[in-house]
Design a protein around this ligand. Structure first.
Ligand SMILES: [Zn+2]
Length: 266
């Protein structure tokens, strides 16, 4: 079980032209991190925390402490602005703060990135792929559904259901009936041998008043946390929770994995 959280400043209201100051973005991000504290201190759960350097610099003690049990990976430097140089600078900053090596990357909003640049910055795996179709965002139906190699880099896509590629991510978790989401998740776990799910800490705070569309906050705060706890209880019966770094190392050592050659994207 690969459970990850994108630990970041809460800048999503800006996408919907709702103003929110940087300090307020940080505060909501931190509130979320506190809200999922019980999940992160559960001795049966190891997660991967894709963290922006910007957020980690604001709350370095928290990130360093979390690095004791969890994997700290990069969610680049800033959630709202990106240039290739941030691949390396965020990795270095996160290593400095966490005291651990950073091997994984997930781009904000799963945006496309040059794998050449990702490799150059020293990452070993990338988890910036959602192999599904999201209208207005991306169409990745041509990409492999499960772990693959591309340009010498391991890519770990977010899980989708084996049939029809229903994305098993933060939005479907709150919008699908729980039993349906769980059914798809268990199907993917059984078929693929692992399940890669991701959420954001800020979802587990009250985000009613930031001008966000209903589908992004259908459940939020405590009711969503209760749903997450229910899922984790159900998944603990089925799988061990490990970090994506551990997972990618096992895969790299013991299998060749499918290799694909894809057209260059940038
Ligand atoms: Zn993000």
């Amino acid at each position: 079980m690969l459970l990850s959280f994108d630990v970041e400043e809460f800048d999503m209201p800006l996408e919907y032209h709702f103003p929110i100051t940087v300090p307020a973005q940080m505060e909501v991000g931190k509130k979320g991190l506190d809200a999922i504290g019980p999940v992160l201190s559960d001795s049966n759960i190891v997660t991967t925390l894709f963290t922006t350097a910007n957020f980690a610099m604001q709350y370095p003690e928290d990130i360093r402490e979390l690095a004791g049990r969890h994997e700290i990976a990069s969610h680049t430097f800033y959630h709202s602005a990106f240039e290739d140089a941030h691949l390396l600078s965020s990795k270095m900053k996160l290593e400095e703060i966490s005291g651990k090596k950073v091997t994984g990357l997930r781009m904000p909003r799963m945006r496309k990135v040059s794998l050449e640049e990702v490799k150059k910055a020293g990452y070993q795996y990338d988890s910036s792929v959602n192999p599904t179709y999201l209208p207005g965002r991306y169409n990745n139906l041509h990409l492999p559904r499960t772990l693959y190699r591309e340009e010498g880099l391991i890519r770990i896509p977010a899980s989708v259901s084996p049939f029809f590629r229903v994305p098993l991510f933060w939005l479907s978790f709150k919008n699908l009936p729980y039993t349906l989401f769980k059914m798809f998740a268990l199907q993917a776990l059984k078929k693929d041998g692992y399940l890669c799910l991701y959420f954001h800490p800020w979802e587990f705070t009250d985000i009613e008043n930031y001008g966000l569309p209903g589908f992004t906050k259908k459940l939020n705060g405590q009711p969503l946390l209760e749903r997450l706890n229910r899922l984790l209880t159900d998944l603990k019966k089925e799988a061990d929770f490990i970090s994506m770094d551990t997972f990618h190392n096992e895969k790299a050592l013991h299998t060749q994995g499918p290799s694909v050659v894809l057209p260059k994207t940038n």
